[in-house]
Design a protein around this ligand. Structure first.
Ligand SMILES: C[S@@+](CC[C@H](N)C(=O)[O-])C[C@H]1O[C@@H](n2cnc3c(N)ncnc32)[C@H](O)[C@@H]1O
Length: 214
């Protein structure tokens, strides 16, 4: 029964995606019980949230985002469909994601087995990614490695607020960055209907003035 329900939800999501109907995907997320909806995505945005995300990304000149640990890629698909801002995904463990046990995925993925140097692996392409995103990421050491090797000025962390009984590493506020780098929060947006998640934009401090006043 559980599986049948899951297959039905995946089928509906895929149908809406094929029709580019991101509003129906969002509505579906809201009717699913919490325990079921998080199987597809930890942070289910509302329409207003996506508008605020678009405003913020445009304001900071972010038009291409690389999402590390994208899972199904549904959040990334929603952001792209609703805002036109392109979001690509990176996952680890290609074998598992290609297996019959894996959840369906909604965006093309780059696989990064034990890889944290995205700049190196993506060659020329990386220069156009202005932000690296981590949504419910769960490996603080890998987070720091990815950030250390990233040349862009923005890092986005989507995840639960502290003290809500859900833990991620990094948490959206107070993330532990590489020791020799200075990052600060420049914008945050509450996301979803649960009063749980935040979408927080960090900017590399050394670049801040150049970006604001150029
Ligand atoms: C809790 S899931 C979150 C998935 C998705 N972002 C979401 O919000 O639904 C964390 C994801 O990070 C991925 N991950 C963990 N370490 C990683 C690494 N070093 N490189 C890429 N992905 C990684 C895991 O495979 C997993 O899919």
């Amino acid at each position: 029964m559980e599986n049948a329900g899951g297959e039905q939800v995946e089928h509906e999501i895929s149908e809406y995606i094929a029709a580019s109907d991101w509003k129906k995907v969002i509505d579906l997320g809201q009717v699913l019980p919490f325990n079921s909806r998080v199987k597809y995505l930890w942070v289910w945005p509302l329409q207003d949230d996506l508008e605020r995300i678009q405003e913020a990304l445009v304001r900071f000149g972010i038009s291409r985002v690389l999402s590390i640990g994208c899972g199904t890629g549904l959040l990334e698909w929603l952001i792209t469909a609703a805002t036109g801002i392109s979001v690509a995904g990176v996952e680890k463990d290609e074998q598992w994601w290609r297996s019959k046990y894996a959840t369906r995925t909604y965006i093309p993925m780059v696989f990064a087995e034990a890889m944290t140097n995205v700049d190196e692996s993506q060659g020329q392409q990386q220069t156009t990614w202005q932000a690296m995103m981590f949504c419910y990421f769960n490996n603080g050491a890998a987070f720091r490695e990815y950030v250390k090797n990233f040349n862009g000025h923005y890092v986005i962390i989507a995840g639960p607020m502290e003290g809500r009984g859900v833990h991620t590493d990094p948490l959206p506020f107070g993330a532990k960055f590489p020791a020799d780098q200075d990052w600060e929060v420049v914008h945050s947006i509450p996301v979803g209907s649960e009063n749980l998640n935040q979408f927080v934009i960090y900017q590399k401090r050394s670049n801040k003035e150049a970006i604001y006043f150029s």
